[in-house]
Write a protein that binds this ligand. Structure first.
Ligand code: UGA
Length: 435
């Protein structure tokens, strides 16, 4: 099929490339000329394992352009995969979605389906269809919702082997077109109305956010009552009704989706004169969780961090991505710097992006060893494999004071005891050096 994709962020680009891999002719559209030039040269503007290889392998079926009119005019299906960032009040900002809708209406020449992949508030698809039909004269346009469930770092696999394909459609033409798009995929296809499809996305993301916040609260309680969260979640996860995934306690969820989508649903509920108390609670728990290590560190630095040499390991919101959106490291770095700390940081891929926030205030290191050398305390914000593989003994050898506060539970407690470091993690008993 002849497919156009608007937006080349995580959702748009990965969707476009994977649809080309399945044999479709795909044109990806973006307003950013530099980004388009990069993609035309076979390079991915985002860090996503496997994506560049797939772009090159499917170069014959993939085009990248800023010329939206040419891309949309004869497309059979147009995917909208642009961002829906959070507004100040927590609601989703739809200006990019409407910009694309305007361009589509002004350029299409034949009947086609406009598929909204971006995460949008319930009812948006209806509004986009009304907008398109009023503006596109003489051409029949249909709108369908097809939410995206890919996670950063595993985006290619999640898209090529999806857990499910949700099609929110209001007419047979849209259903038929989308079934044809996904013919080559081996996944359950669920057909429902557009509003339900829009809700599936929020309900799924917010459920996962809720699960993490729940487990973080249990972890906090474990610390108070002498239980160990790793054992507790192992015991819970074997129950198939609970499941072991997304049960990792830590310093809270970040990224471009959970923080935004929890706030958006909470806003939407409020706007509709109802309340989603559980989601509101998840948001609150998560905000507190991000400051947990700092609070615990006060015990060791009662006079604050002025002049204290602080190592930060892991800057991104999770491993496998260079994305810093809502990363726990950011809020912690801001407080530490304000308090006068001297920061030295290590991250395998996030450093360049971090420099946009802190070009000179932080010393960026090429190795973990450099970052912890001479440090008075070390914070771990992301469970990169390189960090998890490190022996806790290295902290003892290289730090000035071996105090490690781990927001991702990277090490076993006996290993830290044996190494003789002070090790504070989440939901587990503290290990004090020299005990
Ligand atoms: C999330 C969802 O997992 C995807 O299904 C969804 O499609 C995507 O949002 C989206 O809406 O586009 P993503 O934000 O890439 O994907 O990352 P996740 O792997 O879900 O992790 C989000 C945050 O939760 C990370 O900060 C991670 O460290 C944290 N997390 C995850 C935990 O703290 N504990 C866990 O057990 C799992």
């Amino acid at each position: 099929m002849n497919i156009a994709v608007a937006g080349t962020g995580y959702v748009g680009l990965v969707t476009g490339v994977c649809l080309a891999e399945k044999g479709h002719q795909v044109t990806c559209v973006d307003v950013d000329e530099a980004k388009v030039a990069k993609m035309q040269a076979g390079r991915s503007p985002i860090y996503e394992p496997g994506l560049e290889e797939l772009m090159r392998a499917n170069a014959a079926r993939l085009a990248f352009t800023t010329d939206w009119a040419a891309a949309y005019k004869d497309a059979q299906v147009i995917f909208i995969g642009v961002g829906t960032p959070e507004k100040k009040d927590g609601s989703a900002n739809l200006k990019y979605v409407y910009n694309v809708a305007r361009q589509i209406a002004d350029s299409v020449r034949s009947e086609c389906v406009v598929v909204v992949k971006s995460t949008v508030p319930i009812g948006t698809n209806d509004k986009v269809e009304k907008f398109l039909r009023e503006r596109a004269r003489g051409v029949r346009l249909h709108v369908a919702s097809n939410p995206e469930f890919l996670a950063q770092g595993t985006a290619v696999r999640d898209t090529l082997q999806p857990s499910r394909i949700v099609l929110g459609v209001e007419d047979a033409f849209s259903e038929q077109a989308l079934r044809a798009v996904y013919e080559g995929f081996d996944a359950p296809v669920l057909v429902m109305n557009r509003r339900s499809a829009e809700m599936v996305k929020y309900a799924s993301n917010d459920f996962l956010a809720l699960k993490i916040s729940y487990v973080n609260e249990i972890a906090n309680l474990c610390e108070s009552v002498g239980a160990d969260i790793e054992d507790v979640t192992a015991g819970m996860g074997y129950d198939g009704r609970i499941g072991s995934r997304f049960l990792r306690a830590g310093i809270g969820y970040g990224g471009s989706c959970f923080p935004k989508d929890t706030k958006a649903l909470s806003w939407l509920a409020n706007f509709n004169d109802t309340e989603i108390k559980t989601v509101r609670a998840a948001i609150e728990v998560n905000e507190n969780q991000k400051l947990k290590l700092l609070k615990k560190a006060k015990k060791y630095f009662p006079d604050g961090f002025d002049g204290v040499k602080v190592a930060m390991l892991g800057l991104t919101f999770k491993p496998g991505t260079d994305d810093l959106r809502e990363a726990a490291s950011l809020v912690n770095a801001a407080i530490l710097l304000e308090d006068g700390a001297r920061l030295q940081a290590w991250d395998p891929v996030g450093t360049e992006n971090y420099k946009r926030f802190y070009p000179d205030q932080i010393t960026y290191c090429d190795t973990i060893q450099q970052a912890i050398t001479g440090a008075d305390v070390c914070f771990i914000f992301t469970e990169w494999e390189e960090i998890c593989r490190l022996s806790p003994k290295v902290y003892r050898q290289l730090m000035n004071k071996p105090i490690v506060l781990d927001g991702r539970n990277c090490y076993s407690l006996p290993a830290c005891e044996e190494a003789g470091i002070t090790y504070i993690s989440v939901g587990r008993r503290p290990v004090e050096a020299g005990q």
